[in-house]
Write a protein that binds this ligand. Structure first.
Ligand SMILES: Cc1cc2nc3c(=O)[nH]c(=O)nc-3n(C[C@H](O)[C@H](O)[C@H](O)COP(=O)(O)O)c2cc1C
Length: 209
């Protein structure tokens, strides 16, 4: 698939089938993630790939326990919030049957001698996005999530992740149950500033915590 098509149709896929994902495809998406840039090419990120059903169940139950009622009670002021939160509720309910969970983790290692945490995120996010786009190109669905934070202790224990390693995000991976694309994004003219920050500050879309 052409890169622009993958990028422009790569919606957060919260509806995933329980069907197995072949290990060579998992390896391909992780390999694509390793191609992402990082500060000074420090590459301070690692990928914990979870396919063990019991471990997935334990992690999924712990996340669902903390998140489900919170998400259920969130306002859905418009269609886009409704779709996102309905999808999140569905994902929380079905995470236990998701075939693969990928944790993108990082350790403060850059710059050498006085590592800063901000550079960990700079290493994790481009890698996560490469992974997501590679999955899309292979017809696989993913969603970038950070709600694994509510179950961090369980996740560290189940996956033996040391305390000095940050867990940046959790990416469920599987075959999509729904269609990809198109995306709802601000058009070029609303976000591009030529040679100076000119014009009225645009109204940013409402954000829900
Ligand atoms: C840093 C970051 C954190 C996110 N955390 C979550 C999350 O915890 N749960 C979730 O369901 N989606 C999460 N998302 C996905 C966003 O909600 C999604 O990318 C956005 O709503 C656009 O959706 P779309 O690609 O389907 O248009 C996260 C995305 C990013 C970039």
């Amino acid at each position: 698939m052409e890169a622009f098509e993958a990028m422009s149709t790569c919606r957060a896929m919260r509806y995933l089938k329980a069907d197995e994902v072949p290990s060579d495809l998992i390896e391909q998406v992780i390999t694509a993630a390793t191609w992402a840039p990082s500060p000074g090419n420090s590459q301070g990120r690692d990928f914990v790939i979870v396919t063990d059903k019991e471990k997935i169940l334990e992690i999924a139950n712990s996340i669902e326990e903390s998140m489900a009622s919170r998400v259920a009670s969130m306002d859905r002021p418009d269609k886009s919030h409704r779709l996102m939160l309905d999808g999140t509720e569905y994902l929380l309910k079905t995470l236990k049957s998701c075939p693969v969970l990928i944790f993108v983790c990082g350790k403060p290692i850059y710059p050498h001698g006085s590592p800063r945490e901000s550079f960990v995120w700079s290493s994790i996010y481009p890698a996560a996005q490469n992974l997501i786009l590679a999955a899309r190109a292979l017809g696989l669905g993913t969603v970038f999530t950070t709600f694994q934070g509510v179950a961090e202790l369980t996740i560290r224990e189940v996956l033996d992740i040391p305390n000095d390693v940050l867990i940046g995000c959790m990416i469920p991976l599987g075959w999509p149950e729904k269609k990809f694309g198109p995306l709802n994004r601000e058009p070029y003219d609303n976000v591009a500033h030529h040679n100076s920050w000119q014009g009225e500050l645009r109204v940013y879309p409402p954000i829900q915590d």
